[in-house]
Design a protein around this ligand. Structure first.
Ligand code: NDP
Length: 269
């Protein structure tokens, strides 16, 4: 696994497994399997309702805790400083962990700054190793960083070949926040696994369209958290570090950018 360094020096795997729609036994098994296959980052959230199963999957894998990087997120039901403080302890309990590697505000909220204050305190207490935000566009981000005392380590946002977010990435980088891509495979929408550009480029390197789509992000320095519950795809999605896209490949993939979201719920922020 390859790592990137966050703005506080913490190392974070560039590829992790997303768990958004994994539930019950399937979640436990998939998390445990992914760790066995070499995944070292697990992405969950209180909103997904599967933190307990993620925790059980981690236990089942018997991995040394220090080798693992666990991300979770708190959301709008914890929309005050006090509620956010409690939510952090709930996540720790659900996950059966004594610290969380990365805790994010799931979406931009008007009460985000006070929720984030609870994250900053927990960070200083050592309950969380890094803190950040998710789904913040340029405007929300610029306003947010004026109000916080610790610059978010991560902004986890929708990013994939159809929504490439070059400008946001540049702004985040200027301030020391790393972009992490959710739905890096666009959930398969638009037949991305058969996309002719990705197929063509993939043939040069003997890689699948999914691997080209993920490599495109990772090579730009964007961390990715693709979800799969299938062993062969889990393996495929981390096998992206033994080749390099050329400048020409990148320019060709840039042409696929439609520069708009695939998910209407994100437009409400
Ligand atoms: P992804 O872009 O990761 O796509 C997942 C889909 O692609 C699944 O249907 C999976 O099917 C399929 N797939 C995975 N790998 C391959 C492959 N190599 N070849 C063909 N098909 C493949 O979508 P997600 O929306 O799940 O995003 C990833 C993660 O991001 C989420 O699980 C969640 O953790 C996080 N997220 C965060 C959000 C936020 O607001 N912060 C919002 C949305 C997601 P199968 O399982 O059958 O392999």
């Amino acid at each position: 696994m390859k790592y990137t360094q966050l703005n506080n020096g913490v190392l974070m795997p560039l590829v992790g497994i997303g768990t958004w729609n994994l539930r019950n036994e399937e979640c436990i098994e998939t998390v445990s399997k992914a760790i066995q296959l070499g995944y070292r980052l697990i992405d969950t959230a209180q909103m997904y309702g599967n933190e307990k199963e993620v925790g059980l999957g981690i236990l089942k894998s018997r991995i040394d805790r220090q080798e693992l990087f666990v991300t979770t997120k708190i959301y709008r039901i914890s929309n005050s400083y006090e509620k956010a403080k409690k939510a952090i302890d709930i996540s720790l309990k659900n996950l059966q962990l004594d610290y969380i590697d990365l805790l994010l505000l799931h979406e931009p909220y008007v009460q985000g700054p006070q929720m984030y204050k609870a994250l900053e305190e927990a960070y200083k207490e050592g309950k969380i190793k890094a803190i950040g935000i998710s789904n913040y566009d340029e405007k929300w981000y610029q306003n947010f960083i004026k109000e916080c005392s610790i610059i978010p380590a991560i902004n986890q946002v929708e990013a994939h070949i159809n929504f490439q977010k070059w400008e946001l990435q540049e702004i985040l980088e200027q301030h020391g926040t790393l972009m992490q891509a959710w739905s890096p495979l666009a959930q398969g929408i638009g037949n991305i696994f058969k996309n002719s550009t990705l197929v063509f480029i993939g043939k040069k390197y003997n890689k699948s369209p999914a691997q080209i789509a993920l490599r495109f992000l990772v090579q730009r320095g964007i961390a990715v958290i693709p979800k799969s519950s299938k062993e062969s795809r889990l393996m495929e999605n981390i096998d992206i570090f033994d080749f390099k896209l050329t400048h020409e490949d990148i320019e060709t993939i840039k042409q696929l950018d439609k520069n708009r979201t695939l998910f209407s719920w994100t437009e409400s922020f």
